[in-house]
Design a protein around this ligand. Structure first.
Ligand SMILES: Cc1cc2nc3c(=O)[nH]c(=O)nc-3n(C[C@H](O)[C@H](O)[C@H](O)COP(=O)(O)OP(=O)(O)OC[C@H]3O[C@@H](n4cnc5c(N)ncnc54)[C@H](O)[C@@H]3O)c2cc1C
Length: 465
């Protein structure tokens, strides 16, 4: 049984089904019927790709695997059972002989006043879709509003966290809003939407190479993004953001990209963890439980290429760990031999919108259109399906103007920042215990007085819709 069908779980299921060839039943428990290719999410928000393009059908591509739609709520390691809730509020129980935990991560919160109530995370499709509509709506409202101060606030967007997610989002977002204002007949010429990208570190892309960071910084600044390093948020309100420099930025949009923390299911197992990730051996086994394996963001996998460290939370590692988990599960059933996980980083690619990117495949630093082509080629190769549709959207985007339409199907309370389930749209009452707020950040901040994740709050008429 595999819990979670992201980069790690998908590859475990795929490789295990190829190895076992029907000799054991493979059950995949996941709340959605698709694998989500997260690295292309900024392009969904910026209107380059339609949402379904970045998904890959699980039943359609994993023919030998039984998909159970649901979220694991509780795992009983002694009884070898997983209790789950299904998408319609029902529940069920599954038993296993081997368990692979690959539940990924959720947005990391910090105990900063107002953030849980006023910021939007960027960890799932609902948030990406909500933000596409929200950003479009802010520009449309700004175009028709008579008050210059409100107009400026609505066309100011603040992204916190200049890792790859925040950097890509700010780069794409600025292009998107510039394209949107060109379509607004009433837009005052020369007034450009404002994007701020903040990070406490002294440069963008703090975890990546300095050369990548320099390229990204240059592209962002040339495009007009206001990059503020060594800067953080002191408080967030419905009217804007107070920076730790004392400056108050009027804005209706705060996007929280400060990083991720392991899915809270891990901490409920009562097993040793490292920074919230489940401790595993280099063979991805959970010590003391030979029938349990873990991989991806949820697992603290020793990095054999950098002794004493753990592999970073990236798609590159998660998908490769998935393959090793499949091999080692098969070996535990008597098929083949187990292996330790060892992988040298192949470099990183950061898509900066248009033809721009910063990449260092195999350590070779690239920028400009060459990096753009390499980055897109990399994503197409890495996606387990839907490649033709993604490529078709890219071609359409190159040839046609962006579609400036907001469908307005999601409201801010349906995509709370403080959630254990960023992959799901929240509904009044929640879809089960894990469908509700995760009970505050690991750092200890509360989820706010308005019950952000359990339904529309009484002040739904606030700045956020
Ligand atoms: C916007 C964004 C952009 C990124 N870009 C890059 C990039 O360019 N390059 C890169 O290397 N990395 C990137 N990453 C990081 C990368 O996506 C993650 O490291 C990777 O997804 C981790 O894989 P995983 O399988 O551990 O988790 P995930 O891919 O998150 O999958 C976890 C799965 O578990 C499911 N799940 C969660 N809880 C439960 C439960 N209780 N029961 C059942 N199922 C559950 C989820 O629905 C999901 O399907 C990006 C991340 C984000 C958010």
């Amino acid at each position: 049984m595999i819990v979670g069908a992201g980069f790690a779980g998908y590859q475990t299921a795929r490789h295990l089904s190829r190895t076992l060839r029907g000799r054991a039943e493979i059950v995949l428990l996941n709340p959605t019927d698709y694998f989500l290719y997260l690295p292309l999410l900024p392009q969904v928000t910026a209107g380059v790709l339609e949402a379904r393009r970045v998904t890959v059908s699980l039943p359609g591509t994993l023919r030998q695997v039984r998909l159970v739609l649901g979220q694991a709520e509780r795992i009983d390691l002694a009884a070898r059972t997983v209790h789950y809730s299904d998408p319609e509020g029902g529940d069920g129980e599954l038993t296993y002989d081997r368990l692979v935990l690959s539940v990924g991560s959720v947005s990391k919160l910090l105990p900063i006043p107002g953030v849980a109530e006023n910021a939007t995370g960027f960890r799932g499709l609902p948030e990406a879709l909500y933000l596409r509509d929200h950003i479009t709506r802010q520009i449309e409202l700004a175009a028709s509003c008579g008050d210059p101060a409100e107009c400026a606030a609505r066309s100011t967007f603040v992204v916190v966290g200049a890792g790859y997610t925040g950097t890509e989002l700010a780069a794409h977002g600025k292009m998107f809003t510039d394209a949107l204002v060109r379509k607004q007949p009433g837009w005052e010429p020369g007034r450009s939407p404002r994007w701020l990208l903040l990070d406490v570190a002294d440069r963008v892309l703090p975890g990546l190479s300095e050369r990548l960071a320099r390229t990204a910084d240059e592209v962002l600044r040339k495009r007009g993004v206001d990059v503020r390093v060594k800067t953080s948020v002191k408080e967030a309100t419905r009217d804007g953001v107070l920076l730790d420099t004392g400056e108050f930025v009027d804005s209706r949009t705060l996007i929280w990209c400060v990083g991720v923390r392991p899915d809270p299911l891990v901490s409920e197992l009562d097993l040793p963890t490292e920074k919230g990730r489940l401790v595993v051996t280099p063979q991805l086994g959970v010590p003391g439980h030979p029938e349990v394996f873990a991989c991806g963001d949820a697992a603290a996998v020793p990095d054999l290429t950098r002794p004493g460290e753990f592999t970073p939370m990236t798609a590159q590692h998660a998908s490769r760990q998935g393959k090793v988990a499949a091999r080692n599960v098969a070996a535990s059933l008597g098929l083949g031999t187990p292996a330790a996980y060892r992988h040298n980083d192949l470099g990183f690619a950061v898509d900066l919108g248009g033809v721009k990117a910063a990449a260092n495949p195999m350590g070779v630093p690239l920028s400009g259109p060459v990096a753009g082509a390499v980055t897109r080629g990399y994503h197409l190769a890495a996606m387990p399906g839907n490649r033709v549709r993604v490529a078709a959207d890219w071609l359409l985007d190159a040839a046609l103007p962006r579609q400036a339409v907001q469908l307005g199907l999601l409201r801010s309370w349906q995509v709370p920042l403080d959630t254990a389930s960023p992959e799901l749209v929240h509904t009044p009452g929640g879809a089960g215990p894990r469908g509700k707020s995760s009970g505050g950040p690991s750092g200890g901040a509360s989820s706010g007085p308005s019950g952000t994740s359990t339904g529309p709050s009484s002040d739904d008429s606030s700045g956020k819709e």
